[in-house]
Design a protein around this ligand. Structure first.
Ligand SMILES: Cc1cc2nc3c(=O)[nH]c(=O)nc-3n(C[C@H](O)[C@H](O)[C@H](O)COP(=O)(O)O)c2cc1C
Ligand code: SF4
Length: 490
């Protein structure tokens, strides 16, 4: 995990929890319109991948139980984890790229509806991503993956001062490189090849030499539109298009996108595909369905988008007709740490990853509401441009006081609680009843995120070893971790 040079350890802020009467008068627990829908409160559980789907992307009983547990807390809205729009294998992540996924997704909707007694609205986040391979063993890379060509031979001849490399057998080139120093390898391999060797092969939207990447603008609008229509058919209240973090659509929005085909370069071009995808989705689901977007207020990488770009995107998204704007931050591949051999690069290990899920080991600003100024700037600009599209703020928000103050100051319209809801899915119901003092407070040390990184079922350290002898509970790791927070006995 990335760390500040001289980190300051912040304590979880003390807070005064409101009485049920205060809650009644609060903005946080007042309804808000999102598109044609009304959320009962301005509370929101953002998407969190729990690693519970089957290897083929189907909904499992564990998925149903996971969302049932969140729904029992009755947040205003609950967003289902990033769900793949294509019909391609993607490990135990949910998928929505084919009708065969519909029965499981319908069951999920039904489960949430019953558990929240219709009080929580349910959205699903839909995502496209490009190929990311594990970091290869050096022998494998030079023995099989590298395709030695004229360029490599020329560079080898140059660096060794030996023209013999122009005619040397391919096997010899491979074996020489395998044993060569980093300095020689740096000289011979392209930037892209070096990245494949040291981090694992990874595609990006600028790899227009790859036909399937070049054609993304032609295929993605229909793929997203079909997925969104399927979400509607399954009964979800709306879809959230995932334009954030390290994935395809964020790649198009990124300031690093220099595609020369009209879909990269100036920000108008970078927004083009995201808007085309939106229009296709909208056409598919109709005007009366909620279509929102999650995108980055700041990419937090060298040369990446900052808040002024994000503000531009926010206004254009609102103008196009998105029903909500959910702001995240960072979470990019570009500054991720080098993975171990055999592991894939994880986009939350660099500074941008820190900003996405900030911990208590921080700078002087600390992790609590760290993104709020960014969100406020975007909201202000969107409102000034004449749009009242609700804006969702997330990131280190865990107390009623903090959430209510954000709303009272007009910094956001809705407040997202991701890790705090994982730590205590009953946060919303406890606060509503005036029993906030009973909330299990998230400590923001990212045990859950480490599980996500290891592609293991996500749980919270505050409850996954509690009451393990409870009859009938679902557990993992030979029964050492329970999969769900214990039921709150109100
Ligand atoms: C285990 C885990 C999985 C996550 N999965 C997603 C995801 O699927 N999509 C997404 O947009 N954000 C994802 N996030 C980021 C959260 O939605 C949220 O933006 C982040 O945790 C910061 O908010 P918080 O401080 O309230 O936790 C995930 C976070 C965690 C901890
Ligand atoms: S594991 Fe840690 S950071 Fe994650 S939800 Fe639990 S207390 Fe919060």
């Amino acid at each position: 995990m990335w760390k500040f040079k001289n980190p300051i350890r912040h304590a979880i802020p003390e807070t005064r929890w409101p009485s049920a009467d205060e809650v009644e008068r609060s903005l946080l627990f007042k309804p808000i319109k999102v598109g044609q829908l009304t959320l009962e409160s301005r509370t929101w559980v953002p998407a969190m991948v729990p690693w519970r789907a089957t290897d083929d992307g189907f909904v499992t009983q564990d998925n149903l139980d996971w969302y049932r547990r969140f729904a029992a807390g009755r947040p205003g809205a609950l967003v289902v984890e990033a769900t793949g729009v294509r019909d391609i294998p993607s490990g135990p992540l949910l998928r929505i790229g084919h009708d065969r996924f519909l029965p499981g997704l319908k069951q999920l909707v039904q489960t949430v509806m019953e558990a929240s007694d219709g009080h929580s609205k349910l959205f699903i986040q839909i995502i496209d991503f490009l190929s990311v391979k594990r970091r290869p063993e050096r022998e494998k890379y030079f023995g099989r993956f590298l395709e030695p060509g004229e360029r490599h031979r020329r560079a080898l001849a140059e660096v060794t001062n030996d023209n013999r490399w122009f005619s040397a057998a391919e096997k010899e080139v491979r074996s020489y490189l395998n044993a060569a120093t980093d300095e020689i390898i740096d000289h011979v391999l392209s930037k892209r090849e070096l990245e494949s060797l040291r981090f694992g092969y990874r595609e990006s939207v600028t790899d227009v030499d790859l036909p399937h990447v070049r054609e993304l603008p032609q295929v993605l609008p229909d793929i997203f539109a079909s997925a969104a229509s399927r979400a509607r058919e399954a009964g979800f209240d709306g879809v959230e298009l995932h334009y954030a973090h390290a994935y395809t659509m964020a790649g198009f929005l990124s300031a690093l996108n220099d595609r020369a085909d009209g879909y990269g370069g100036p920000r108008e071009n970078r927004a083009r595909l995201p808007l085309e995808v939106y229009r296709a989705v909208r056409q598919g689901v109709g005007d009366d369905y909620v279509v929102g977007v999650r995108f980055l207020g700041d990419e937090v990488i060298a040369g990446g988008n900052r808040v002024d770009e994000a503000t531009y995107f926010g206004i254009e998204f609102a103008r196009a007709g998105f029903d909500f704007l959910s702001i995240s931050k960072g979470g990019k591949f570009e500054d991720a740490q080098q993975p171990k051999v055999g592991q894939a690069v994880y986009p939350y290990t660099g500074q941008s990853g820190y900003e996405c899920m900030p911990t208590v080991l921080s700078d002087e600003v600390g992790p609590f509401g760290r993104s709020v100024p960014l969100v406020a700037a975007i909201k202000q600009a969107v409102n000034k441009a004449g749009f009242n599209t609700p804006v969702v703020a997330t990131g280190g928000i865990s107390t009623f006081e903090q959430a209510e103050s954000i709303l009272q100051h007009g910094q956001a319209d809705i407040v997202g609680f991701a890790r705090q809801a994982l730590a205590d899915p009953d946060w919303f119901v406890k606060v509503r009843l005036g029993r906030g003092a009973e909330v299990r407070r998230c400590t923001y040390t990212n045990y859950c995120e480490a599980l996500d990184q290891a592609h293991r079922p996500v749980t919270c350290k505050l409850w996954d070893r509690v009451e393990l002898d409870e009859p009938g509970i679902a557990a993992v790791d030979d029964g050492r971790r329970r999969l769900l927070a214990p039921v709150w006995k109100a």
